[in-house]
Design a protein around this ligand. Structure first.
Ligand code: ASP
Length: 580
């Protein structure tokens, strides 16, 4: 395959022994120059496809990272100089004539990405950083993700529709970026935190199956898996059930994994939200390793030991068999306390006179029978360590779940892919200060068909028709079957404390739309930055974003955000309050 045109006949990395004798013109950057005696130089010429060696008369006016055009003839490398580590290692370019297209000052860091560079410097010179192999690979991988999504969804009958960037608030829980209006001074658009409402309106509009590779903005603190702006595959479909959404998304995910990892994945397994919390202590369990939390309330509660007087007692067999040192154990105990538990008990399983016993400050409270039941329940052997948290269910599971993750870290690698659907989320996520339930997903989510009767009497017990997709302990995305009836939507607004007037002024257009024949519909969105990062083996989404922001929301290359002058502010009807 050669698409090369214009100033060149071929790409560097594509030449091989099949091209011997061909006259070629190549363009790229000088990767390295090795002078050979007084008269000869070997130059590694690099473009995005790879490197090729040019043999040329020695010149003193060339430097690394100069941009050049080289003409010459493809020739076999002499016996003994073949380099098996690069694709073009059997050939070189003879009689290379070099034309300088652009010179280069000394770079702030080497393009060789085996050399570590501080991230702030990489971001300050991002245009050079993306010249490096890793960023080239990552961004191209990301493009494969996008094209796989398009291929898969178009084959499944989805139509891509672009929705506005200048939009109106959506109640999805994130803080939104405001954009002042010049033509309507004092009024603001918001940048969409997702196309949620727009895509529901597309369903009312008869679009049937919509998708978009959508840019979303959320003014939230930045983290390894979160930037202000991110991209998600957003989809919505009419006359569908949760099963259909799983099939649509499953198809796109399978295509992504195939093109980026060259592996076929089986059907994505499912777990209820309750099981995820109960067994792993999080709603996004990392299933690359098993080690579930085990309920041992029945074994430990009857002992009457103070440390175990709590409604729920959960135990974890440490996923790694190591001899935990005193300081490591103390650190884990501190961590458990910082996470909100009263403590973290541990039991080292040891062999004592032909039977298993515990080594632990609490061992004296456990007779032989409970000791052996605990060991048996956990399936522990000599050398293992068991950790125990006794507390309210939520605290016991979440704290021990975090300890599980910390201990399991060394067992997992980016080569494994453990997907799971989490289903049957609660509709509400606790109560706000005024005692009103808070929507767990967003207020457009349909309650679970079996739980409608508890909406008013016991709202926290109501499950929803919403689902998350989890990969390797990261939440890739969420979705739900939506409410399409105005009466149910009004009821939900009323339960969460949005008055009729408020609902009308904020989402009147949506409630109106539902009055004019809204099909039942549902959808999903997953983060492309996140899946692209995992597919590229990265821990931080910045590594798959061309021009990301730092943790503090800055762009060290452009210096954004920057002040603007008073006239510009006045144009949009704003004046700055004096700095405190
Ligand atoms: N709008 C939701 C989100 O951005 C996804 C969905 O419900 O489709 O998380």
């Amino acid at each position: 395959m050669t698409l090369a045109r214009g100033l060149r006949s071929n790409y560097c990395g594509e030449l091989g022994s099949g091209d011997i004798g061909a006259a070629v013109a190549l363009c790229g950057w000088i990767d390295r120059i090795r002078d050979h005696g007084e008269h000869l130089s070997f130059i590694d010429l690099r473009d995005h496809t790879g490197i090729v060696q040019i043999v040329t008369p020695r010149r003193n006016d060339l430097r690394s990272e100069f941009v050049v055009r080289v003409t010459g003839t493809v020739a076999n490398r002499p016996e003994g100089t073949i380099n098996k580590t690069i694709a073009t290692g059997e050939i070189e370019i003879h009689d290379g004539e070099i034309e300088i297209l652009s010179s280069a000052a000394t770079l702030p860091f080497s393009i060789d990405d085996r050399l570590d560079v501080e991230e702030i410097t990489r971001l300050r010179y991002r245009f050079l950083d993306i010249r490096r192999d890793k960023m080239q690979r990552n961004l191209r991988n990301r493009a494969l993700v996008n094209s796989a999504i398009r291929r898969s969804l178009e084959a499944q009958g989805f139509t891509e529709v672009e929705t506005p960037m200048l939009w109106t608030p959506t109640p999805e829980g994130a803080r939104e970026f405001l954009v002042p209006s010049r033509l309507q001074p004092g009024n603001f658009y918001v940048l969409p935190q997702s196309p949620q409402i727009a895509k529901q309106l597309l369903m009312v509009g008869g679009f049937d199956r919509y998708y978009q590779i959508a840019r979303c903005m959320r003014d939230e603190d930045l983290r390894a898996d979160r930037q202000f702006e991110f991209t998600q595959l957003d989809l919505e479909a009419s006359f569908v059930t949760q099963e259909d959404i799983f099939a649509f998304i499953g198809g796109a995910i399978a295509e992504i994994v195939e093109v980026t990892r060259n592996v076929q994945i089986n059907e994505i397994p499912r777990m209820t939200w309750f099981d995820a919390m109960d067994k792993y202590g999080v709603d996004k369990p990392d299933l690359r390793f098993e080690s579930p939390l085990i309920d041992v309330t029945e074994i430990l509660s009857p002992l009457g030991v103070r440390a175990f007087s709590a409604p729920t007692i959960k135990a974890l067999l440490a996923p790694v068999r190591e001899s935990f040192t005193r300081s490591r154990l103390d650190a884990l105990i501190d961590r458990a306390k910082a996470l909100g538990a009263k403590g973290l008990a541990y039991f080292k399983v040891v062999e004592e006179e032909d039977r298993l016993a515990f080594e632990s400050p609490l061992a004296k409270f456990l007779e032989e029978a409970p000791t052996l039941s605990l060991i048996e329940r956990l399936g522990a052997e000599a050398g293992d360590t068991i950790f125990v948290v006794a507390d309210e269910w939520k605290v016991a599971t979440t704290v021990l779940g975090q300890i599980r993750l910390e201990l399991g870290k060394e067992l997992v690698s980016h080569d494994q892919l453990a997907f799971t659907w989490i289903v049957d989320f609660p509709l509400f996520d606790g109560l706000d200060e005024s005692g009103k339930p808070i929507s767990a997903h967003h207020p457009f989510t349909m309650p679970h068909a079996d739980d409608f009767e508890f909406l008013e009497s016991d709202p926290l017990r109501v499950r929803s028709q919403s689902y998350d997709l989890v990969l390797n302990g990261w939440e890739l995305g969420s979705g739900s079957i939506r409410i399409h009836r105005p009466d149910i939507q009004s009821k939900i607004f009323q339960i969460i404390g949005v008055t009729d007037e408020e609902a009308q002024s904020r989402f009147g257009f949506l409630l109106d739309a539902f009055k004019f024949g809204a099909p039942p519909h549902g959808g999903f969105a997953f983060g492309i930055d996140r899946i692209a990062a995992i597919m590229s083996g990265e821990d931080n989404i910045r590594e798959v974003i061309a021009f990301p922001k730092t943790q503090s929301g800055l762009d060290p290359m452009t210096d954004a955000p920057k002040p603007v002058d008073a006239a510009t502010l006045k144009n949009v009807g704003l004046t700055l309050a004096p700095k405190k």
